[in-house]
Design a protein around this ligand. Structure first.
Ligand code: 6U4
Length: 157
């Protein structure tokens, strides 16, 4: 098994979360946070801030990103585990705009579009929205069926 390190950023206002509708690539046609692969010579936090800027137009200083989760995703038949580092922030600059990859939209926390998101999101968003930190593991069959799952609350990483 090898690992690929990815980032995922969920920007929050008091009662809203910014999601992006993915127009291409992995997770196409799903609402998701903003993120992608960590490049050589950048920290995971720097990658998270860069991907957020590239995909939504919002600028966040890496120091203002709070890590809330590390989630491992395994897909049956695929030897690569996706290690997704999840961050949140309320301190951002700019206004979200549509990019080639994502269409951003604010959602009320009571009205998150779980039916059009990755199947794991509805299982861990309640932890995120209530301010918990956690580690997770999900085994997927295809892109829709979860065969195994684990969520453990942690005090830090
Ligand atoms: N099960 C899952 N639940 C979730 O909420 N986010 C997931 C997820 N599996 C992957 N992600 C996120 C992590 C990352 O932010 C994004 C995948 O980013 P990538 O940049 O690798 O995708 P792309 O295929 O767009 O790559 P590029 O073509 O290189 O931009 O999806």
């Amino acid at each position: 098994m090898s690992r690929k390190v990815l980032t995922l950023v969920l920007i929050r206002k008091l009662n809203e979360v910014l999601l992006g509708f993915k127009k291409r690539g992995f997770g196409i046609n799903k609402w998701n946070g903003f993120g992608g692969k960590v490049e050589e010579k950048e920290s995971i936090c720097e990658a998270a801030a860069r991907e957020l800027r590239e995909e939504s137009g919002l600028v966040v200083l890496p120091v203002n990103l709070e890590k809330i989760a590390v989630i491992d995703f395994e897909f049956v038949g695929d030897p690569v585990i996706l290690e997704v580092h999840v961050f949140t922030s309320t301190k951002y600059e700019g206004h979200p705009f549509e990019t080639e990859e994502m269409l951003p939209k604010w959602f009320d926390v009571q009205n998150i579009p779980f039916d059009d998101m990755w199947a794991d999101d509805k299982l861990w968003f309640p932890l995120f929205l209530s301010g918990k930190k956690f580690k997770g593991y999900f085994l997927f069959k295809g892109h829709n069926i979860i065969l195994k799952q684990k969520l453990v609350i942690v005090s830090n990483f």
